[in-house]
Design a protein around this ligand. Structure first.
Ligand SMILES: *Cc1c(COP(=O)(O)O)cnc(C)c1O
Length: 426
């Protein structure tokens, strides 16, 4: 038995399922997790001495690669000055200015500790601002694990939301309406029926939690128009897309101004950080300025701010990183697309910039229903094959692949060959 297996056995005695976040348990692919000891550049190393080319990147934050020198140095420096004060610091001002400079749609921003918190707080201020209750979310989009977002997919356009987790009361989800990604007509229908009750529409501008699903032409623009028409708040959940596609996030990439944006992952550079921000007149409702309460003992933590500030500053000052990353993505996913075409009807692929996903279905994936046509057993088999060959993919079909600035073309070529080999043999 390897050390990973031993640790997993022990972990399960003390931690539910042996992990602190479910996808890590490898349950979706019927395997046991590798326990990671360290990481560097584009690689992670497990406790058994195996080395893997990493396509998770901590689910996005490590866009510059692991152990980026300046990020590491800034964190070490910040640690020496004290881990936390529970008081205002200059770093928080620097961070807030940086975000507002980089993302034009953000005029004010509040730091929190996770993406979940960012979304929960953004929904609260949207409701406080509009004095309305209902939220439209799209099935297949993930917005963290706060109660009102844990609603079963496709619970019917007009019916109120059904909880998707034990422990979430009907009351918590009854104001959440589930809609279909890329189905603007469906959203219009909801607005026609109850537009005056809709506080907000929350959407991942690129769906990155049902695999990768691109917004179709006019979808995001249509949501913007509907929200404006009915006085509802448009929230872009950019916990993944923020600073992933470019310096100004998906709102800049697609040229659409949401009212509020949530961030996480990349803005923390690997530290637990989230943020929400947007229009001044909305953000000014948050406590202590206004009546919408939101707080956090460790929010704006100086060590976390140091990591985030350094990573964002590098990205801001070197936009060529995105040119490189997006070209690398086009090249890599483009080659995979060809391999998939050769393997007629085996899979389909969606990608944008450095994000991509191979779906084990022949269908073009445009929403949650089409994503769900994927054969997850086949994905599990493919995952294991890749892992055995030193490639660490997401241990679940409905997750993205993340490229970092540390991934090299030659390494990606090797991955393409592996995928080709797998498809030939299966
Ligand atoms: C990861 C994610 C979240 C939740 O963030 P946590 O930091 O895990 O709480 C919310 N929204 C999106 C789009 C995400 O990808």
């Amino acid at each position: 038995m390897g050390k990973s297996e031993e640790l997993f056995k022990e972990a399960r005695q003390y931690i539910p399922g042996g992990v602190n976040s479910p996808v890590r348990a490898f349950g979706n692919i019927g395997s046991t997790p590798r326990f990671i000891q360290r990481a560097d550049g584009a690689y992670v190393y497990d406790v058994d001495g195996n080395k893997y080319l990493d396509f998770i990147g901590s689910w996005g934050p490590m866009i510059l690669g692991h152990n980026q020198k300046e990020v590491l140095e800034s964190v070490t420096e910040a640690c020496k000055q004290g881990l936390s004060f529970g008081a205002a610091t200059e770093k928080e001002v620097v961070m807030a200015k940086l975000i507002t400079e980089m993302v034009p749609a953000v005029e004010m921003v509040r730091m929190v500790n996770s993406g979940t918190e960012a979304v929960m707080s953004a929904l609260r201020v949207a409701r406080g601002y509009t004095k309305r209750n209902k939220i439209i979310k799209f099935s297949g989009c993930y917005h963290g694990h706060s109660d009102s977002m844990l609603i079963a997919a496709g619970s019917g356009v007009m019916s109120s939301g059904v909880p998707d987790s034990a422990g979430v009361t009907k009351g918590c989800t009854e104001d959440t309406i589930s809609a279909v990604y890329n189905d603007l007509e469906g959203v219009k229908e909801i607005f026609t029926k109850m537009g005056e009750e809709i506080a907000a529409v929350i959407v991942e501008p690129v769906g990155a939690n049902m695999g990768v699903v691109l917004p179709q032409e006019g979808f995001l623009e249509g949501l913007r128009k509907l929200c404006t028409k009915y006085g509802s708040i448009l929230i872009f959940d950019e916990v993944i897309t923020g600073f992933r596609l470019g310096t100004d996030g998906a709102s800049g990439y697609f040229g659409i101004q949401p009212d509020l944006i949530t961030f996480g992952k990349i803005i923390g550079a690997g530290m637990p950080v989230g943020a929400y921000g947007g229009k001044r007149q909305i953000m000014e409702l948050i406590s202590p300025l206004g009546p919408v309460y939101q707080a956090g003992t460790l929010s704006g933590n100086p060590v976390a701010m140091a990591a985030g500030i350094t990573q964002l500053t590098i990205l801001k000052e070197h936009p060529e990183i995105y040119t490189h990353l997006n070209q690398l993505g086009d090249y890599f996913y483009g080659r995979l697309e060809e391999v998939i075409k050769e393997a007629e009807g085996f899979c389909s692929i969606n990608h944008i910039g450095s994000l991509g996903c191979i779906f084990f279905t022949k269908e073009k994936v445009i929403d949650y229903a089409s994503a769900k046509t994927s054969d997850t057993t086949k994905y599990a088999d493919y995952f294991k094959f890749m892992l055995e060959h030193g490639v660490y993919l997401a241990p679940a079909q409905f997750e993205a692949m993340f490229l970092s600035a540390s991934h090299k073309k030659e390494e990606l070529d090797r991955v393409v060959e592996l995928v080709q080999q797998y498809m030939k043999e299966h």
